[in-house]
Write a protein that binds this ligand. Structure first.
Ligand SMILES: [Fe+2]
Length: 325
């Protein structure tokens, strides 16, 4: 039914409730056939391939292999999750059709291998906040699903693996490790991984060299490091799998601002996983993964050594194991 403002109304068949729709909402509503939610089309290749790799890597990561958790804790957490879901059903009067669409979509998240992507995009940022709130020193953020362990070990000053005539802006990234009292750290290392100038990650997007833009750089005895790389591009998380289907159906966007992933560590100190961002990116303010923090913003400058491209400096302060704020 059309209304005066160009919108229309929709009547809920079950409750009889009449909802006013504005034009952009009308446009966003999509109707799906029974099999559409569960379909894996040929175009799902990229998301399914990347999702399957992320799922396999997580399964083999050992991140949860020694987890011992009491029945009481499981009951508390699982019970709270189930209660939250039930509360949503009541609050929003979820229909059977919506419930079955959810069921189909959750099945698709699994068959597309996108549970690591879904959880790392929409939940990990809160887990990271909760777990790092008492740690002094450099701020962290989410790891995301695209970390690969055992990257090539390089001594500082290092140049990460690139292709001949790699496109983009050269970036010289340097910094220094200290403890919370300002003393230089020995044995520190910087694991770095990031997308290329088109937003693709090696070992997830097809056709890229295995260790493109991935390295483990050893700092010198004074805690200093320099890494030569290229500025990464912003990218959209895979849009052709279950997560992309949700984003499209909800009218959201899939963008992450350009970022460099970092994992730093030194013997006897608490490791920090983070991402570093670039000022001016249109998605710094509405990152789909909610991972941007003010402390993680770089300040690119023209190179002072006359080299091509930009340089950024970022220093790391690591806390001793057990040290708290
Ligand atoms: Fe990333």
């Amino acid at each position: 039914m059309q209304t005066a403002n160009g919108g229309s109304t929709r009547t809920d068949a079950r409750t009889g409730r009449v909802t006013q729709l504005v034009p952009h909402q009308q446009k966003a509503i999509t109707t799906m056939t029974d099999n559409q939610l569960l379909d894996r089309k040929a175009s799902d290749g990229t998301a399914v391939e990347a999702g399957t790799k992320a799922t396999e890597r997580f399964a083999n990561s050992g991140k949860y292999s020694r987890l011992a958790v009491s029945k009481e804790r499981v009951s508390t957490l699982a019970g709270a999750l189930i209660k939250a879901a039930n509360d949503i059903v009541v609050e929003h009067e979820v229909t059977y059709e919506e419930y079955n669409a959810l069921k189909a979509w959750l099945i698709k998240v699994g068959t597309d291998g996108e549970w690591p992507l879904f959880l790392d995009v929409w939940l990990e940022h809160t887990v990271e906040d909760v777990n790092s709130k008492d740690r002094p020193g450099t701020v962290g953020t989410i790891e995301g699903p695209y970390y690969v362990p055992n990257s090539p070990v390089l001594q500082t000053p290092a140049t990460v693996e690139m292709r001949d005539d790699e496109a983009g802006t050269p970036l010289r990234f340097s910094g220094r490790f200290t403890d919370t009292e300002g003393n230089a750290l020995q044995g520190a290392q910087v694991e770095i991984w990031h997308a290329d100038s088109e937003g693709f990650y090696s070992q997830y997007a097809p056709g890229l060299p295995e260790w493109l833009f991935r390295a483990n750089v050893q700092a010198d005895s004074d805690g200093r490091f320099t890494i030569n790389t290229m500025r990464p591009a912003p990218y959209q998380i895979p849009t052709d799998g279950a997560c992309g289907q949700l984003i499209e159906a909800a009218g959201w966007h899939a963008w992450r601002p350009a970022h460099i992933h970092i994992k730093v560590s030194a013997p006897g100190y608490q490791p920090v996983t983070q991402q570093l961002y670039f000022p001016g990116d249109p998605h710094n303010a509405d990152d789909i993964a909610s991972a941007v923090k003010e402390e993680l913003m770089l300040d690119p400058q023209p190179r002072t050594d006359g080299g091509e491209g930009e340089e950024v400096v970022y220093d790391y302060v690591l806390a001793k194991i057990g040290e708290t704020k």
